[in-house]
Design a binder for this molecule. Structure first.
Ligand code: PBG
Length: 323
């Protein structure tokens, strides 16, 4: 036999020499949920191992992540119901929970990249990412609110704002507002192809942000489509996005690959709450090995073309990589 592909798999060192894809802690972003209080860690039942953290705990865990080489944290605030209203006004409060969390993190772990979410849902009494009127999600009326939210986050010192709302035209609106306020060095990570996915269920448990009525299908993308992902890629590039994010991750590897083929921008993949929950649940039953399946999932997203990966398993993965 002339061709024996197995020769390249003979030993761990040979396999390492011919390995095409790598994953390192510097490729990882740790998404985490912030809440009010002191010394508070509230476990999220549908996400074993993940808790909503008060700011002091967030700082402690972020230091741990940073020491393990994790590049960034992505923050999502759990806002008290009494502060929610249709316009999500709390999102621009300079002393609001998220703004305080950003300030503390930039003070205590200055080199860690801090990413914040731009969307109305954590602050909205309707639980939608945009303004709601008579059951419709208003696009253009939402844009100034998103832009003001991004500026409030920039004032708190954030490095990267990440609009996850999927309104049309929001990247441009946010870029203009940031520049006008003097924040031309704040990056925009655009949730470029974000699908209307049932895999976000555990995340909505964590923030109690499930829409009060209807679903998100008039703004998030149809899981059946890829051509419209290409359209979103081109629009977000023209509007000034610095990074393109694809979400969810594993069920949409083809979209990550397609984005790699259609853009030169850095690509982020989001290994979402439901993907994390599936691995943990199967592992709890003894049906899967969590650590191996986590690392294989992350490697698959890198292989598809992602530069960085948002994953709730970032700290676990980084410590496995250090062993
Ligand atoms: C909302 C937002 C969601 C996620 C990130 N930002 C949920 C949604 O769109 O309903 C999901 C993340 C996850 O499931 O891990 N703007």
């Amino acid at each position: 036999m002339i061709n024996r592909p197995r020769r390249n798999r003979l030993t761990p060192r040979i396999r390492a020499l011919v390995g095409e894809t790598t994953i390192q802690p510097k490729n990882l972003v740790w998404p985490t949920f912030v809440q009010e209080g002191k010394s508070q860690r509230t476990p999220i039942v549908s996400m074993p191992g993940i808790s909503r953290l008060s700011i002091d705990q967030l700082v402690a865990d972020s230091k741990k992540a940073f020491d393990l080489g994790v590049a960034a944290v992505a923050l999502f605030p759990a806002i008290d119901d009494s502060l929610k209203n249709p316009e999500g006004k709390e999102s621009v409060n300079p002393d609001g929970l998220l703004q305080r969390a950003v300030k503390e993190l930039k003070k205590e772990v200055p080199e860690l990249v801090v990413i914040t979410d731009v969307a109305l849902d954590p602050y909205s009494s309707d639980g939608h990412d945009g303004l709601v009127q008579n059951g419709q999600i208003l696009n253009d009326e939402t844009l100034p609110l998103l832009a003001a939210m991004a500026v409030a986050q920039a004032k708190a010192g954030v490095d990267v704002v990440a609009p996850s709302d999927m309104m049309d035209g929001r990247i441009e609106a946010i870029r203009w507002a940031l520049d006008e306020a003097g924040f031309e060095n704040v990056l925009i990570c655009s949730y470029c192809a974000k699908y209307a996915s049932a895999f976000y269920g555990p995340f909505r448990d964590a923030l109690e942000s499930t829409p009060k009525e209807g679903d998100k299908k008039t703004y998030q993308m149809d899981p059946a489509n890829t051509r419209e992902a290409i359209r979103e890629i081109h629009l977000d590039e023209e509007e000034g996005a610095d990074w393109l994010l694809i979400k969810p991750g594993l069920p949409y590897l083809d979209v990550i690959r397609l984005t790699r083929e259609h853009s030169e921008l850095p690509i982020a993949a989001y290994h979402v709450s439901g993907e994390y929950a599936m691995l943990k649940a199967a592992a709890e039953k003894g049906w899967l090995d969590y650590e191996s399946c986590l690392m294989e999932s992350l490697l698959s997203m890198r292989r598809a073309g992602a530069d960085m990966i948002f994953t709730y398993g970032a700290i676990e993965a980084a410590s496995l990589l250090q062993q």
